[in-house]
Ligand binder design. Structure first.
Ligand SMILES: *[C@@H]1O[C@H](CO)[C@@H](O)[C@H](O)[C@H]1NC(C)=O
Ligand SMILES: *[C@@H]1O[C@H](CO)[C@@H](O)[C@H](O)[C@H]1NC(C)=O
Length: 321
């Protein structure tokens, strides 16, 4: 009897059995919150198909809580979510697409997107964002499309985006951006399409560094709405030096430039020649006058008592007389 191992003794066996029974009873209770095959659809949203929650235009004031890890798509566009708190999408760890357009969004916490490591498409367009904290998009390592179009962004630092290794499309059109450093592109190695139309700075000197970067990386992204786009596709023309914002030179512009250019060159050449010959003529004239004034040497008034013979030296007129 004493040789029986501990587990085969009746009391521990009973204990184990009751424990496993209790476990089995608990399992369905927890699972009933998120039944398999039927992801929790956020309240008042429709989920058709089941992994896509459509919560568009429901006048929601906040992101629904208790999001399911089975959700692949969450449409929250046209609501009234004014701010995103830290961990706003907690639970939705398999989300691929998130649409937050037209919410009047003003504030996004630096940790709002934490846990969205699989997200591929994020649309924050048509909101009222003025600034974004550094590191806001850093957790989104799988992001391919990011839209911040039609906001009020004044600056966008490389630190705000962080390194997004897979980002292909970045839409920044219709903001108030006046600077966009080349550092931004350096952290987006997969970028193929950058939309900048409708930003006041897109035509200014502030973008020169970006232009330079693009010209040095001819296989870099297609940039829409930036000066360089037009310049790069144009044959090198003198116009780009005059008006860096011209999309394409008109016939009149070209005529003016190609007529005034050679004309002003010829005019300046003629002016130089004329000035040069005037100066040369003046110098020659002065030299001739100096020589002439040296030649007819006049003797000083003869003092009383000096011999008159000296007066004739070097003075042919006097010698003849
Ligand atoms: C989401 O629902 C709205 C109406 O509630 C509908 O207009 C819209 O087309 C739906 N979007 C998708 C992607 O199903
Ligand atoms: C995402 O970007 C790709 C090109 O990179 C584009 O074809 C697609 O339409 C974009 N999707 C959205 C929702 O912007």
């Amino acid at each position: 009897m004493g040789s029986l191992p501990f587990f085969w003794q009746p009391l521990p066996l009973l204990l184990l059995l009751s424990l496993s029974l209790a476990w089995a009873q608990m399992r369905p209770a927890t699972a009933s919150l998120r039944p398999p095959g039927d992801p929790v659809c956020p309240e008042s949203c429709t989920c058709q198909p089941s992994d896509q929650a459509n919560c568009s235009a429901l006048v929601l004031l906040a992101v629904p809580t208790g999001l399911s890890w089975r959700l692949h798509s969450l449409l929250l566009d046209r609501n009234r979510v004014r701010s995103l708190p830290p961990g706003a999408f907690q639970g939705a760890s398999a989300l691929l697409r998130l649409d937050l357009q037209e919410n009047g969004l003003r504030a996004v916490h630096a940790r709002a997107f934490w846990g969205l490591g699989t997200l591929q498409q994020l649309d924050l367009g048509s909101n009222q964002l003025e600034a974004l904290a550094p590191g806001t998009f850093a957790p989104l390592r799988a992001l391919r499309n990011l839209s911040l179009a039609n906001n009020r962004l004044v600056r966008l630092e490389p630190a705000t985006l962080g390194t997004l290794p897979l980002l292909r499309t970045l839409s920044l059109e219709d903001n108030s951006l006046d600077t966009l450093g080349p550092g931004l592109l350096a952290t987006l190695p997969a970028l193929r399409s950058l939309h900048l139309r409708g930003n006041p700075g897109a035509c200014g000197c502030a973008q020169r560094s970006l232009c330079t970067w693009l010209s040095q990386h001819p296989r870099g992204p297609e940039v829409e709405g930036l000066v360089c786009e037009a310049q790069r596709s144009l044959p090198i023309s003198p116009l780009s030096a005059f008006n860096p914002c011209a999309q394409s030179p008109t016939l009149r512009d070209l005529a003016v430039i190609y007529v005034i250019g050679p004309f002003s060159f010829l005019a300046s050449l003629a002016t130089c020649l004329a000035l040069g010959s005037v100066v040369t003529a003046c110098r020659a004239h002065r030299r001739r006058r100096a020589a002439a004034s040296r030649l007819p040497w006049r003797p000083p008034d003869p003092k009383p008592g000096t011999p008159p013979a000296q007066a004739g030296v070097g003075n042919p007129a006097a010698a003849q007389a």
